[in-house]
Ligand binder design. Structure first.
Ligand code: NAD
Ligand code: MG
Length: 388
């Protein structure tokens, strides 16, 4: 039996992980499950999987969680420190599926253990890719990507020599606003932006998909996981979301990964690696697919991807600055304080103001955390200035 922990168990990726484990009851021994506000869901998952420990990141919810799990024999803990301590507990396999910057330290804690880190939290790589890779290297931890595009690329590279890779082509659906005129895009609401046409995901990543910030993050994630030069990474719009990404080799061959838009393929692949097991994915019927379209990614409409390339060229702490500005802008958009198109404008300005703090390597949590704070306050200052 493989011992596993699930950080962010109550979220979209987390619950998909839970369902695969639940359907394979004799394969896994569940150690930790974690969540934040939704203690009802967390307790339900802890009982369902018979976990050893349930942790909420909210210190004020300790009593609530304790009440829900009384008499079950499941240990309970609460707060950020408890969560990080739980992430350092060795298991064979742990998934980092917390959303946002909060996931970085959890990924780093898991990466010290020498097991497998299944990484859904892409912010970990964008903010601290070098630090996370080095931590994995030192401990012997295996990092497996849990993002549909990166799982696709990982599978396409299986058994290949990376030196023969000519290009990596990330696909993106184009989100809900692919064909909307720019003037209209300026006025879309958070509800419209969160309504993704293909993938069922958490609210924040769904809005990031509509603005293409998610794809921009994934471009940087690709560079960090696979160690490829930024100019070899391309993005193509593929509205049907059947081709999950492709790798092009120096003989002109392209290897692509296909399947329905269902995250359980990527989670299942990481969970059973190096084996494969049925994770409940619907089978593709090629005779029912009317067509597969591929369109260029319009950087006027979606400037986020161009900003990601700037971030990779600037290097150092730029990934952290980029992510923090993007998270801050998303909060402001959700609070209806800025418009949809303001987000890329504010992120771009903040990334290009990096010299105000002096660029440096993103090699310690201290440096990363300082850059994260500066970037968020820079966005807030820019919004204040423009409101005057
Ligand atoms: P979600 O919002 O559905 O779930 C987030 C989880 O993190 C929840 O369990 C929540 O309780 C927990 N959480 C939130 N804030 C926290 C905090 N401060 N401290 C500790 N825990 C906290 O998010 P999601 O859509 O499942 O995405 C999770 C991660 O996976 C993100 O980084 C996202 O970019 C990535 N990802 C998601 C998908 C998808 O299909 N949803 C696909 C690829 C990658
Ligand atoms: Mg993805």
């Amino acid at each position: 039996m493989r011992s596993v922990s699930i950080f962010g168990a109550t979220g979209s990726v987390g619950q998909n992980t839970v369902s695969i484990i639940q359907n394979n009851p004799n394969a896994f021994d569940v150690h930790v499950v974690s969540g934040a506000q939704n203690t009802e869901k967390l307790a339900e998952i802890a009982i369902l999987l018979n976990a050893d420990l349930a942790v909420t990141s909210e210190p004020s919810l300790l009593d609530d969680l304790q009440d829900r799990l009384r008499g079950t024999g499941i240990a309970v803990a609460a707060g950020r420190d408890a969560l990080l301590a739980a992430a350092t507990e060795p298991v064979d396999w742990a998934i980092s599926a917390v959303v946002g910057y909060a996931g970085l330290e959890i990924s780093l804690a898991i990466a010290k253990n020498g097991g497998t880190l299944a990484l859904a939290n892409k912010e970990s790589l964008v903010c601290g890719g070098a630090l996370l890779n080095e931590t994995c290297r030192q401990s012997g931890t295996r990092l497996l990507p849990v993002d549909s595009e990166h799982s696709a690329i990982f599978q396409a590279l299986n058994g290949e020599n990376n030196a023969h890779v000519e290009r990596i082509i990330l696909t993106g659906s184009g989100g809900p606003f692919l064909h909307m005129p720019l003037e209209e895009m300026a006025h879309v609401t958070p509800e419209q932006a969160a309504d993704h046409p293909r993938w069922s995901m958490g609210k924040r990543i769904s809005i990031d998909s509509a603005s293409m910030f998610n794809k921009a993050m994934e471009v940087i994630e690709t560079k960090e996981i696979f160690g490829v030069d930024e100019h070899k990474i391309e993005v193509v719009i593929h509205p049907q979301s059947i081709v999950h990404s492709m790798v092009g080799f120096n003989d002109g061959s392209i290897i692509s990964h296909m399947g329905p838009a269902d995250m359980r393929f990527a989670i299942g692949y990481a969970l059973f690696y190096p084996d494969r097991t049925d994770a409940g994915i619907e089978r593709l019927d090629f005779t029912q697919l009317s067509q597969l379209d591929f369109l260029p990614a319009d950087t006027k409409r979606f400037p986020a991807i161009a900003i990601a390339h700037d971030v990779m060229r600037i290097g150092g702490i730029a990934g952290t600055v980029f992510n923090a500005a993007k998270e801050q802008c998303l909060d402001l958009f959700l609070e209806r304080k800025i418009g949809f198109l303001d987000m890329s404008d504010l992120v771009n300005k903040t990334v290009h103001a990096i010299d105000n703090i002096g660029n440096c390597d993103a090699d310690t949590i201290d440096r990363i955390s300082k850059a994260d704070k500066w970037s968020r306050s820079n966005v807030l200052n820019l919004v204040k200035v423009s409101a005057k």
